[in-house]
Design a binder for this molecule. Structure first.
Ligand SMILES: Cc1cc2nc3c(=O)[nH]c(=O)nc-3n(C[C@H](O)[C@H](O)[C@H](O)COP(=O)(O)O)c2cc1C
Length: 387
């Protein structure tokens, strides 16, 4: 894979070089998102079989990589597979020197390094990284400039919306990141506040506005809200993106990339077969099986099978669950309403329904109280009269 030669003084502008680099990777359009504990080598290999044409590793914590031998060894074990390209390795951190040290060590095994400015979790706030750096443009642009002028591979950045209603602040930041040397931008169409039960729909309309302002500068990837096959193409067409990135939807259905369709049980089986040679951490595999088989394991009466995935301690334990499901499985189309992707939406729908019922109950109680008050008043009058 041709790496971008950032040191050469050729006549190409940074933008032209970014596009050449993108073309050298085959102009990827269907991207697997970075996912801690889930976008590891074995899973990347699975989704590449189903149309993913660019993958991103789980986020690597730059300072830990630079200071902890065991962590560094785990990260490096996940890299270097000849078939695992094109690949971006994602990093988080706020220290440009740790980031440079970690990225330089991983550069020989990838096509670019990505800076995580999207993680909204409490751990990122405490660690001062991810989406909590979005409001520090001087710091993040300094990091991008530092890395892009020193690494042998391009630097890419993944951001979130800065506002849920106004594209302007995100456009301003994105333009600065490109000027600082970013060769590709991914925009997740949610703010950092949109997470858990407040996740809400991704704002493709805002992605479209941001990308209209950035179009042509560097390749642009849209992220957020990829739920089913066809969504990546629909999102890219709607937002004007060069490609789209799937995350939660891909964990549940690796065929979201659109090339073929397979049942959850077949996909779990295939993933376990890949694990025999790629051997991810058992905890990662557990996470995958829960999501790949979510719909099947939610069926009433299969609680014990679900528990066996949670308690599994060896590959054979997982394989036994998959084999049992296969014997029992009636097949059929996926039930999107009972999907893992919809779990927050379903929880929100339940919460909304409860709020509606509570409001109804409160209104009913109020009406009863009013009636009782009215009755009391009348009673008083009668009483007065009685007296
Ligand atoms: C299990 C999991 C782990 C994630 N880890 C990362 C990560 O390491 N880096 C990152 O930038 N985003 C991470 N994300 C966020 C996703 O990359 C993506 O932006 C988000 O899920 C929105 O896409 P979707 O609506 O298609 O799921 C993670 C998401 C999930 C579900």
């Amino acid at each position: 894979m041709a790496a971008l030669d950032v040191s050469s003084e050729d006549d190409a502008s940074p933008s032209a070089r970014a596009w050449r680099w993108y073309a050298s990777m085959g102009s990827p359009k269907r991207v697997l998102a970075p996912m801690v504990g889930q976008s590891e080598l074995a899973f990347r290999q699975l989704v590449r079989r189903y149309g993913c044409d660019l993958a991103v590793t789980p986020m690597v914590h730059a300072r830990m990589f630079a200071t902890c031998d065991r962590y560094r060894a785990d990260v490096l074990r996940d890299l270097g597979d000849a078939e695992d390209r094109p690949l971006l390795v994602q990093f988080c951190g706020d220290d440009k020197d740790y980031l440079l040290e970690a990225a330089a060590a991983c550069a020989p095994f990838c096509d670019g390094v990505d800076l995580n400015l999207g993680c909204p979790q409490g751990i990122a706030r405490r660690g001062h990284y991810g989406a909590f750096l979005l409001e520090e443009p001087d710091l993040v642009c300094g990091i991008v400039e530092h890395l892009s002028t020193r690494l042998p591979v391009p630097v890419t950045v993944k951001i979130r919306l800065l506002s849920p209603t106004d594209a302007a602040p995100t456009i301003a930041l994105a333009k600065r990141l490109v000027a600082a040397g970013a060769s590709l931008l991914t925009l997740h169409g949610r703010t950092k506040e949109m997470k858990g039960q407040a996740v809400g729909e991704a704002r493709w309309g805002l992605i479209k506005e941001v990308f209209a302002a950035l179009r042509g500068s560097v390749p642009l990837i849209a992220n957020g809200g990829m739920e089913a096959p066809g969504d990546l193409e629909r999102c890219a067409a709607f937002t004007g993106a060069d490609g789209a990135m799937a995350s939660e939807g891909a964990l549940e259905d690796p065929c979201i990339f659109g090339v073929a369709s397979r049942s959850p049980v077949d996909l779990a089986d295939e993933y376990l077969a890949i694990c025999r040679s790629k051997a991810p951490q058992l905890a990662f595999a557990k996470g995958h099986l829960h999501k790949l088989l979510f719909e099947k394991l939610q069926v009433p009466g299969r609680e014990a099978l679900r528990e066996r995935v949670s308690q599994g301690e060896a590959w054979a334990d997982f394989q036994a669950v998959v084999d049992e499901l296969r014997r029992d499985d009636k097949g059929g189309a996926r039930d999107r309403d009972r999907s893992w992707y919809r779990r927050h939406r379903a929880a929100k729908a339940r919460a909304d329904e409860k709020a509606r019922r509570d409001a109804e109950e409160a209104a009913r109680q109020e009406a009863l109280d009013d009636a009782a008050d009215d009755g009391g008043g009348l009673g008083g009058l009668f009483g007065d009269e009685d007296e």
